[in-house]
Design a protein around this ligand. Structure first.
Ligand SMILES: [Zn+2]
Length: 207
């Protein structure tokens, strides 16, 4: 299956995989790849995505500064230092930071406490609605199946992720939940943004 992309006839749905950078598009995957014609180089967007990714990496390393150490005041059962450093930030349509999340699986003993899920929950709580259309989720690691599913359910418009995750990734590595044509919502996806820095944060943890 991997050697034969389902959308091989549609150049706009070309999948960018690790080790296969697309010159000038910085790992752009997903529908509407011709978007941004007024900005052919995508330089402004790339700068914005990299700026946002630096924020996500900061969250990955230090944890959310304002949202508190635990998920919705849940019980603390572990040490945050045991958690794989993954950070996520949700930005509103105007580019304002709505919420952040850091992986808290060990800290809270919650198997669903991934950075993306926490950021989505907090943003929805803040906005008072589950529908996050127009928002951009920035996360330091390629989302897993659970998080990709939650992102689709929340109608997030754009996903920007850092390091590729060949073992569990659901945004192009193992699965491509985010742009599965059988689903009624498909966000735009930018993968590998500051991928080297993002991978270094993880390598430092597992060392
Ligand atoms: Zn996840």
């Amino acid at each position: 299956m991997r050697s034969e992309p389902a959308d091989a006839t549609d150049p706009a749905l070309e999948t960018v995989r690790p080790g296969q950078p697309t010159p000038g598009r910085l790992g752009r995957v997903g529908p509407g790849a011709d978007e941004g014609l007024a900005d052919p180089t995508g330089a402004g967007r790339r700068q914005r995505h990299e700026l946002w990714m630096r924020r996500a990496l900061e969250i990955a390393v230090t944890g959310p500064s304002s949202s508190g150490p635990t998920s919705a005041g849940g019980p603390v059962t572990g040490d945050p230092a045991d958690d794989v450093p993954v950070g996520a930030v949700l930005y509103g349509p105007d580019g304002a930071e709505l919420a952040t999340g850091r992986n808290e699986r060990e800290l809270t003993g919650d198997p669903t406490a991934h950075a993306e899920v926490l950021a989505l929950r907090r943003a929805a709580e803040r906005l008072g609605r589950w529908r996050l259309a127009g928002c951009t989720l920035v996360v330091s690691l390629e989302p897993c199946t659970m998080c990709a599913g939650a992102i689709v359910l929340a109608r997030v418009s754009t996903v920007v992720f850092g390091a590729w995750e060949p073992k569990t990734g659901a945004a192009g590595s193992l699965w491509d939940v985010l742009r599965d044509r059988r689903l009624n919502h498909r966000p735009e996806v930018y993968g590998g943004v500051l991928g080297t820095e993002a991978a270094a944060v993880l390598r430092a943890f597992f060392r």
